[in-house]
Each structure stands twice: as C-alpha cells, then as structure tokens.
Design a protein around this ligand. Sequence first.
Ligand SMILES: CC(=O)SCCNC(=O)CCNC(=O)[C@H](O)C(C)(C)COP(=O)(O)OP(=O)(O)OC[C@H]1O[C@@H](n2cnc3c(N)ncnc32)[C@H](O)[C@@H]1OP(=O)(O)O
Ligand SMILES: N[C@@H](CCO)C(=O)O
Length: 378
Amino acid sequence: MTTTSPPRATSGAWRDGDPVGRRRFVDLGAVELERGGVLPAVRVAYETWGELNAAGDNAVLVEHALTGDSHVDGPTGPGHPTPGWWDGLVGPGKPLDSDRYFVVAANVLGGCQGSTGPSSPSPDGTPWGSRFPFVTVRDQVQTELLLADALGVARWHTVLGGSMGGMRALEWAVTHPERVGTAIVLASTAYATAEQIGWCQAQLLAIRADPEFRGGDYYDHPTGPDTGLGIARRIAHVTYRSELELHERFGREPQQSEDPLGGRGRYAVESYLDHHAGKLAGRFDANSYVVLTEAMNSHDVGRGRGGVAAALARVTAEVVVVAVDSDRLYPPRLSHEIAAAVPGSRLHTVHSDYGHDGFLIEIEQVGAIVGQVLAAPA
Ligand SMILES: CC(=O)SCCNC(=O)CCNC(=O)[C@H](O)C(C)(C)COP(=O)(O)OP(=O)(O)OC[C@H]1O[C@@H](n2cnc3c(N)ncnc32)[C@H](O)[C@@H]1OP(=O)(O)O
Ligand SMILES: N[C@@H](CCO)C(=O)O
C-alpha cells in the first residue's frame, strides 16, 4: 500500500496546494465497474481515529452523505475547510470511541474531497470531466473493499452512515455479509424511490442547463456552473428540511428590509436557500454532484438479486435501522421496509423537527443510538 499526501486540483473545496491536514491518501489501483469498464489508478482520501487492534476486529467504517467527506469529527483547519459533519461523535469516550475502536472514514469514489472523481487527473493528465465513468453505489463499496484490504481490515466491526452513507452501509451488508458485523443505516433506504429520482432529475437538469457546465468540461475555464449547482442545492435543501420547520422559522417574513412583494426583494427563506446554494458552490464540484446523484439513483440492493426482500434476507450482520420521523425525502416507511426484511434487525426513530437533515443535526439522539450499539461487548 502506498500512502501519499499530494496536493491535487479540484474545483471544490480542495485546491491545488492546499495543506492536507490529517487526511491520508491511498492508491488502490484499478477498480472494475459494475456497468463495465475499469477506472484506473483510483486514489482514496481517508481519516482514521484510534488504532487497529491485534485481532483486527475493532474497525468501524463511517460513511458520509452526498456532500460530506472524510472529516467526520474535528474543527476546521489546514486541509479541513469545514468542521466535522458529525462533530463530537468520534474520540476517546465518545459514541465512536477511539480508545476502543479504529474509526475510518473515506471520501467516496466520485467525490471531490480527495478521492478519485471527475475533477481528478485522467490517465492523460487532464481532469476526467465528462469522461468520468458512470459509477454505482456498488462500485463505491467495491472501492471501500479495496481500502479495507489496504488497511488490513478483514471484517468491519460496524459500518454506519446516513442518507447516501446509509446506502453504502446497507450495500456492504448485502454484498459482503462475511465482512460486516453490524450495519447502522440512518435516514436511508434499500432503493432510490421514484420521488427521490424525480427530485434528482430536477437537480441534474439545473446543473446541465447551466452554460458554464460545458458538458462537464469546465475545469480550464475561470468560471464553473455555480448557478446550476446552486439551483440544485436549493431544490435539494428544501427536501432535506421539514415543511413545518421552514414555516415556523421563516414563515412569510421578508429578508430584512427587502420587499418581496415588489418583485425584486426576497423572502427570508429565499435568502436562506441562496446562502446554502452559495456555500455549496464554494466547496463542492458540480461534476461530483452529478456523478454522486446518479450513483444514488442507481441504488437498489435488489438489482440482479431477485429483488429487495431477497437481497435483504441474505444479510447476516446485525442491522440497526434509524428513521427520522419528519424525514420527507427518506420517509420512515423506507426504514421500516429494511427492518421488516432483514432478519433480527432493530429499528429506532429519531425525533426531529428538521426533516432528513435530522440525521446530521440531532447529534445527541444519533450519538446515543450509535454509542449503545458500539458499547455492547464485541
Ligand atoms: C458546517 C458544514 O458545512 S459541514 C461540511 C460537511 N457538511 C456535510 O457533510 C453536511 C452538509 N451540511 C448540511 O447538510 C447542512 O448545512 C447542515 C445539516 C449541517 C445544516 O444544519 P443547520 O445547523 O440546521 O444549519 P441551517 O440549515 O440552519 O443553516 C445555517 C446557516 O444559514 C444561515 N441563514 C439562516 N437564515 C438565513 C437567512 N434568512 N438568510 C441567509 N442566511 C441565513 C445562517 O447564517 C447559517 O450560516 P452558516 O452555516 O454559514 O453559519
Ligand atoms: N445535507 C446532507 C444531506 C444529504 O443526505 C448533505 O449535504 O450531505
């Protein structure tokens, strides 16, 4: 295994010359793709907490969601433009106890936070751009299998994640039952639903309709498809929150002194969405957003396996399913379906006013569930 810390250009948060902080990089070689073809020279960025024990049975894989990264926990700093997305969950005595567990988090295949994605150099040295292949959640898990091998992890004690991270956690348990002890699947699903694909279509069209997108080959232009990516984020962000939260928080209020009735001013909720759009455009690559969105749309643990129920029935891991009660994008019924189909699984419900993002925001409830699962004797 080679571990290096190269500066590498992306159009997302990580730019050429950035310090790399605590991230490490591993070159995994070629990854064979589910839909055919091979992605050569795959590199993965990852972070770890704690140590792998002599028996090699204390490794925990934390899977991030769509715009997350390997920085699960910790402050901003060199190489970490954003704080940990589950800040406070990892460390000595924390739910993901680094005194006891070897906690690993990797940036997903197709991402833009250090792992191979469309902004990475292709074999000819220029960014992949539009030539980056279609990847599925199964390809992402296959890449993580190579990472596990490189780290000497024969079997994960636990794989856990929310949303797109939950897709990978569940796919791990279905594809490699012998290599997963426990899977914790939060605010997620066994398959992308028609409505999820529908919301994603509007987001993909927004990016592709931006003239700055240039079919995905915009890296040598001074400007990229920030407008399209921002519209995609606005659409997505509404689905990530609850109707009641938005109503109670913003109602019909104008943004400060602006006059929405005059046609040019904004409602406060519009300003809020503008803010999230701008933030994402500043830290994320539009091509990665497209690639990862299409990967999420591909998600169906039952594909080629006789359907979802048959696929879930073969899981041998202990499965803990966590629904967020106000989640309208991954509604609780999808968690209930997983729990009903996986033998011996357990279901928890997180109460949140926030909707889907509750799996990121309700850190105490999530920490209590994760801590309870991981506190159990191995
Ligand atoms: C913090 C990070 O970005 S971590 C980076 C990695 N992140 C991830 O992986 C997850 C991606 N992040 C997310 O999905 C979301 O940002 C969440 C879940 C973390 C948001 O959680 P919340 O704490 O509920 O934040 P919320 O949605 O209320 O947004 C707060 C922001 O909106 C801004 N805001 C609130 N009201 C308005 C308004 N009327 N006009 C403009 N901006 C507004 C706040 O100033 C704040 O800005 P800041 O985040 O730049 O400080
Ligand atoms: N807010 C999360 C939601 C995706 O599930 C993200 O941006 O990753």
